[in-house]
Ligand binder design. Structure first.
Ligand code: PGA
Length: 269
């Protein structure tokens, strides 16, 4: 049974999709779909940079939150093509994806750059969603646990336990992203629990409760309305980071509804 005290989150990563008009229409449909609803999960939209302001205008004063898909770790400077944490804050961004596997795969992001970005996000008060996950090759070679542990450990290097209040982690097996191949819910849960245990190992403390127990851990990788209920039933899985199924309100709103039902069920227990 998932810990009811941990926030439940449904996040939409729009990747390189949607011009401003399309983004506005989708954000409006989502905001309308959740308006007046109780027991909602935290809903976050991650539009492409060109549409961040547009979506921000739509979602301000709603229960939908604004995120960015990436950022540089510097505050400003000669870094052509990059966007800084203060720039994100300036347009109302609250959440930021860090180390998405597509950034690692295609844009040279490493565990070290993820760590720098995580520290920069925390320094500026942005809520980080740190993405980790193994490739198909790594899974087939039984390296899943080692890879995920290394990614989590490296991301958290040099942080203090007090830095983790807003941390969210997303487990996204690379082979499940955009492929239609969802990781079995129980296996996704096992890796989410491993992530939580790894965080607890890094920040082991005699005095306080294990910090990992309060950190939301999401699953991402071909999440759809037909997969979400079983995923949300898992003990260590607190929501979803969704790509393809976040691109239409028809698919994204049912994911929010499922999380809402789950929240209501957890409250009753
Ligand atoms: P997907 O993408 O839902 O299309 O698999 C998930 C992600 O990349 O965050």
């Amino acid at each position: 049974m998932s810990n009811p005290k941990r926030s439940k989150i449904i996040a939409g990563n729009w990747k390189m999709h949607k011009n401003r008009g399309e983004a506005k229409a989708l954000a409006e449909a989502i905001a309308k779909g959740v308006k007046g609803e109780k027991d909602l999960p935290i809903v976050v939209l991650f539009p492409p940079f060109t549409a961040v302001s547009t979506v921000g205008d739509v979602v301000k004063d709603t229960s939908v939150n604004l995120g960015a898909q990436n950022m540089d770790h510097h505050d400003s400077g000669a870094f052509t093509g990059e966007v800084s944490p203060p720039m994100l804050l300036d347009v109302g961004v609250e959440y930021v994806l860090i180390g998405h596997s597509e950034r690692r795969q295609f844009f040279g992001e490493t565990n070290a750059s993820v760590n720098l970005k995580l520290k920069a996000a925390l320094k500026h008060g942005l809520k980080p969603v740190v993405c980790v996950g193994e490739s198909l090759d790594e899974r087939e070679n039984n390296l899943t646990d080692a890879v995920v542990r290394r990614q989590v450990g490296a991301a958290l290097a040099d942080l203090e336990v007090t830095d983790l209040k807003t941390l969210v982690v997303a487990y996204e097996p690379v082979w499940a992203i955009g492929t239609g191949k969802t990781c079995e819910a129980t296996e996704a849960n096992r890796v989410c629990a491993l992530i939580r245990a790894t965080i607890n190992d890094v920040f082991r403390s005699e005095e306080s409760a294990p910090v990992g127990d309060s950190i939301p851990i999401l699953y991402g990788g071909s999440v759809k309305p037909s997969t979400i209920d079983e995923q949300l039933e898992q003990s260590d899985l607190d929501g979803a980071l969704v790509g393809g199924a976040s691109l239409t309100a028809d698919e994204f709103l049912p994911l929010i509804k499922s999380a809402q039902k789950r929240i209501q069920a957890l409250v009753k227990v």
